[in-house]
Design a protein around this ligand. Structure first.
Ligand SMILES: Cc1cc2nc3c(=O)[nH]c(=O)nc-3n(C[C@H](O)[C@H](O)[C@H](O)COP(=O)(O)OP(=O)(O)OC[C@H]3O[C@@H](n4cnc5c(N)ncnc54)[C@H](O)[C@@H]3O)c2cc1C
Length: 133
């Protein structure tokens, strides 16, 4: 089968795009590395899902790097395999949105133009969005 689009991962970012493209008649292939679970596989256990690494990849294999600017003006990097901060994660069909608690931070107009409003931090990759509030 020939596909028009291939999307890696099936989370909240990919899902609406895949859905929109499929509705437009495109053949969309989603590659998801996690397993398929259904509602009966889960329990109401916030500690298990949010604080323990049940659905999180091994931090040595797939780590995040958090960078923070300290009082000395320098940026410091913290790879999660050193800090143990595993973050909330969900590696399975549907991604982390399966666990989402449902609170939404309200966006403001400036959130769409961070670079032009606040400037570009050294070594950052911040950009303005191509859409406005
Ligand atoms: C317990 C919990 C509660 C939350 N509550 C809230 C909330 O209340 N409000 C809020 O705004 N946010 C909340 N979040 C965060 C929110 O759910 C996530 O930010 C959002 O779902 C992330 O979407 P995403 O598409 O970027 O990534 P994900 O949903 O993580 O999707 C990424 C997908 O890609 C797959 N993938 C990764 N690498 C590969 C690869 N190499 N090949 C194939 N597939 C791959 C993963 O398995 C995963 O399915 C919560 C998260 C958790 C875990």
């Amino acid at each position: 089968m020939i596909y028009d689009v291939c999307i890696i991962g099936s989370g909240a970012g990919a899902g609406p795009i895949a859905y929109t493209l499929a509705k437009e008649g495109k053949k969309v292939l989603i590659l998801e590395k996690g397993d398929i679970y259904s509602e009966k596989d889960f329990s109401k256990d916030e500690i298990a899902y949010a604080r323990r690494d049940i659905f999180t990849p091994n931090l040595k294999d797939e780590y995040h790097v958090i960078e923070e600017k300290f009082d000395d003006g320098k940026w410091y990097k913290f790879p999660t395999y050193e800090t143990g901060w595993s973050f909330w994660n969900g590696n399975f069909l549907g991604g982390s949105s399966n666990f989402m608690s449902g609170y939404f931070h309200r966006l403001k107009p400036n959130d769409f133009k961070l670079k032009s409003t606040y400037g570009k931090y050294a070594n950052s990759n911040v950009e303005d969005w191509p859409i406005t509030y």
